[in-house]
Design a protein around this ligand. Structure first.
Ligand code: SF4
Length: 104
């Protein structure tokens, strides 16, 4: 007889993490506005965001979209979203990508 891949305890712990995943995601999106729905991005837009490692929440407070030279807030935009000229689409003011450049 072969050993089980997981002990019962490990299985319950993993199951708990899987069950909690939607809640963790909900908490994350509650503090970070999703300015561009991933379901409506074209393949090109999706690929560009991936290539430039776009993240909805910057890990560096000094490098966020709102301080980037490629960012602008269009009339009628919400407080948390704006437009990126590089990605040619909506981005979160607190987001970041590898093309970030300080606005002069
Ligand atoms: S280039 Fe990157 S950091 Fe700058 S506004 Fe666009 S997504 Fe944000």
């Amino acid at each position: 007889m072969t050993e089980p891949a997981f002990t019962r305890r490990e299985l319950l712990q993993r199951g708990g993490l899987i069950a909690a995943a939607p809640l963790l995601h909900a908490c994350d999106t509650a503090v970070t506005a999703l300015c561009a729905d991933p379901d409506f991005l074209s393949r090109g837009e999706e690929q560009m965001r991936k290539t430039l490692q776009y993240s909805e929440r910057s890990t560096t407070a000094a490098q966020v979209c709102s301080s980037c030279q490629f960012f602008s807030v269009a009339v009628g935009e919400g407080q948390e979203c704006g437009h990126c000229n590089i990605l040619d689409g909506r981005v979160n003011q607190l987001a970041h990508c590898t093309s970030w450049a300080l606005r002069s």
